[in-house]
Design a protein around this ligand. Structure first.
Ligand code: TMP
Length: 210
């Protein structure tokens, strides 16, 4: 029996994470129970914090305040959903996790990355997914896609194109610095091709554990 793992999906707006999470969850059911979840959010209480973050005026909070809200939500999510399900031997697929904070608040909003890492250690004990997919898309294409989805969670989408380009660059930098844990995928290709690339990586992990 293969031990289920914690896998996260990261990327800019409109990169197709949620579609790929659903497809992977379906394929993984052969290998155990699977739960899909997201950040910010994933619990009733963390979804309340999500609402504060993803709606409203784009400059309403500093990056540090956002970081604190994100870690409050993350702690609730880890305690109530992520760890209990991993402990029950379930696969946990999460739409965004801590790399989004490093990228959006750290690189995007200039929060000291050392502060984020300290908080991560203190609050999550550095809980880290065993694999993170980063779906890379040109923000000009991604933003169009996500706005088309009649999305009302537009606070980050309202940020400038140069902000979103910074986010893209930071995700790529992180992926290239640690190719063992991060897989960078060109998200500007058809859904099935991306699905197969992801499956190939996950099966490599599964096989390595056999
Ligand atoms: P989503 O649109 O992918 O569901 O993500 C919601 C927004 O939250 C997205 O625009 C990025 C933002 N976000 C951060 O800024 N920092 C974080 O740590 C997380 C998890 C999300």
């Amino acid at each position: 029996m293969i031990k289920p793992q914690f896998i996260s999906f990261e990327g800019g707006e409109g990169s197709g994470k949620s579609t790929q999470i659903k497809l992977l969850a379906k394929r993984l059911t052969k290998y155990g129970d699977v739960i899909t979840t997201r950040e910010p959010g994933g619990t009733i209480e963390a979804e309340i914090i999500r609402n504060l973050l993803v709606r409203g005026e784009k400059n309403k909070w500093s990056g540090v305040v956002e970081t604190l809200l994100l870690y409050a939500a993350r702690k609730d999510h880890i305690d109530k959903v992520i760890l209990p399900n991993l402990n029950k031997n379930k696969w946990v697929l999460c739409d965004r996790f801590k790399e989004s904070t490093i990228v959006y608040q750290g690189y995007g909003k200039n929060v000291d990355i050392k502060l984020i890492k300290k908080l991560d250690k203190l609050i999550t004990d550095n809980l880290t997914p065993s694999l993170t997919f980063i779906l890379d898309i040109d923000p000009k294409i991604g933003l169009k896609r996500s706005i088309r989805k009649a999305n009302t969670e537009t606070r980050y989408e309202k940020m400038s194109l140069s902000f979103h380009n910074k986010i893209r660059k930071a995700f790529k930098k992180i992926a290239n610095a640690n190719k063992r844990n991060f897989k960078l995928i060109n998200a500007n290709q058809d859904i099935d091709s991306i699905k197969d690339i992801i499956w190939n990586e996950v099966t490599k992990k599964i096989d390595a554990k056999k």
